[in-house]
Design a protein around this ligand. Structure first.
Ligand SMILES: Cc1cc2nc3c(=O)[nH]c(=O)nc-3n(C[C@H](O)[C@H](O)[C@H](O)COP(=O)(O)OP(=O)(O)OC[C@H]3O[C@@H](n4cnc5c(N)ncnc54)[C@H](O)[C@@H]3O)c2cc1C
Length: 373
């Protein structure tokens, strides 16, 4: 069976769904193809669910502009569509003099980037807001929040479907062919075909494989992904905290450091850490209990009241990183591929954090850079 569409999106994670919502208009034929049984079963349901404010990224990065814009759009969306969320606020805590200097630098970069609602707090102010934290100084970001990512994806899909978009699950893209005018996509090894003028690759951890299927040399283009696992632990009993707590990130950070988050039910989680995985292995989400001492050492610097015996392994997620071990921090790649002779193909590569925060801004950005044929 063969079906023809104007736009086909590979991947029903939070970004694929946000792009579908942004591009769906009545009368335009749009399909989202997802290999799993339902939307959002990979990275989009394995993360900290934090609405970031855009504090860390270099100003020229899409990560910075799309995060700041995405933060604004996401609060608006959540309010309008009744998605549970909370502007809970976050501390970045400095526990020694060197970190205090780093914190100053983070504050300067964030303000230059246009991040609003930031405040430096001293030891006593921190204690009065969150008595269990021990820190010399903190940068407090009022616009950092938390969101119910599953409800968010449900509302994005519902809005896209209202405008005529179709989600098809158990539909794995297994081959892609460009005939010079349209894209011919093979699903489930020949079970059916989709023909489309515009093809959007939002396949998360598999986006490099999709780019390769479309004829791109992923090493020469810099699209090869280096999956990087992030493990989480919980604590019983949990510390009583009122805000998100992040350490000062180390240079060329591959993650933001083992932080402490709350979800909307008040559950406290620690993580994620950062561990590169072998690309030849299948994705493994098991959390190794032997990581407990590393988590304990990290957390005790700013939450000294959590005993090591209280920690229990929780879930994990895997970052689709372009940045390999030892590399400098890298930006999202969001590119329409006409210059490679592949018009109508849009690749989204390396959409790690703050991809959830940025999802609506990414949808708006693609609407701007792509001219629909
Ligand atoms: C540990 C961790 C913590 C994070 N914390 C935060 C946070 O607090 N705040 C924040 O803003 N961001 C955070 N992020 C980042 C955020 O989770 C991601 O940027 C976002 O979920 C990416 O969404 P996506 O739609 O691009 O990818 P995914 O959710 O991975 O979706 C891609 C989809 O493509 C499908 N797919 C792949 N290949 C094919 C194929 N061949 N055919 C059909 N379908 C295919 C997959 O099945 C999948 O459903 C975190 C990430 C991690 C790993």
């Amino acid at each position: 069976m063969t079906e023809t569409f104007d736009i086909a999106i590979i991947g029903a994670g939070i970004v694929g769904l946000a792009v579908a919502e942004a591009l769906a208009v009545k009368g335009r034929r749009l399909v989202v193809m997802e290999k799993n049984d339902a939307f959002g079963q990979e990275t989009s349901s394995r993360n900290s669910e934090v609405i970031h404010a855009g504090l860390y990224y270099p100003k020229v990065f899409l990560k910075s502009s799309l995060c700041i814009e995405g933060n604004r759009l996401l609060y608006k969306w959540c309010k309008k569509h009744h998605v549970p969320h909370q502007r809970i606020g976050k501390f970045i805590v400095a526990t020694n003099e060197e970190e205090c200097a780093d914190l100053e630098r983070i504050g300067v970069t964030a303000e230059e980037n246009g991040v609003e609602a930031l405040e430096f707090l001293g030891r006593m102010q921190i204690k009065s807001l969150d008595p269990e934290i021990t820190a010399l100084e903190a940068l407090f970001s009022k616009n950092t929040g938390i969101v119910d990512s599953h409800r968010l994806m449900q509302t994005l899909l519902a809005r896209a479907e209202d405008k005529g978009a179709i989600l098809t699950c158990r539909a794995e893209v297994t081959a892609i062919h460009f005939n010079g005018a349209t894209w011919d996509i093979n699903i489930n090894d020949g079970e059916y075909r989709v023909i489309t003028k515009t093809l959007i690759n939002s396949a998360g951890l598999h986006a490099d494989r999709i780019a390769a299927l479309a004829g791109i040399d992923i090493d020469e283009s810099g699209y090869r992904l280096k999956p990087c696992k992030g493990n989480y632990f919980t604590a019983t009993p949990a510390p009583k905290i009122n805000h998100l707590i992040y350490p000062v990130p180390v240079k060329n950070n591959i993650g933001l450091g083992i932080h402490t988050t709350l979800d909307l039910s008040g559950r406290v989680r620690f993580g994620p850490d950062s561990q590169y995985m072998s690309t030849s292995q299948p994705l493994d989400y098991a959390v190794d209990e032997s990581l407990k001492p590393v988590f304990y050492e990290s957390i005790k610097r700013y939450l000294p009241g959590v005993p090591i015996d209280a920690l229990n392994p929780d879930m994990s997620g895997i970052r689709p990183k372009i940045q390999g071990p030892g590399d400098p921090v890298m930006d999202f790649i969001i590119r329409e591929e006409s210059e490679r002779g592949l018009p109508g193909l849009v690749n989204l590569i390396g959409i790690e954090s703050p991809g959830l925060t940025a999802c609506l801004a990414i949808g708006a950005y693609i609407n701007k850079i792509v001219s629909f044929r």
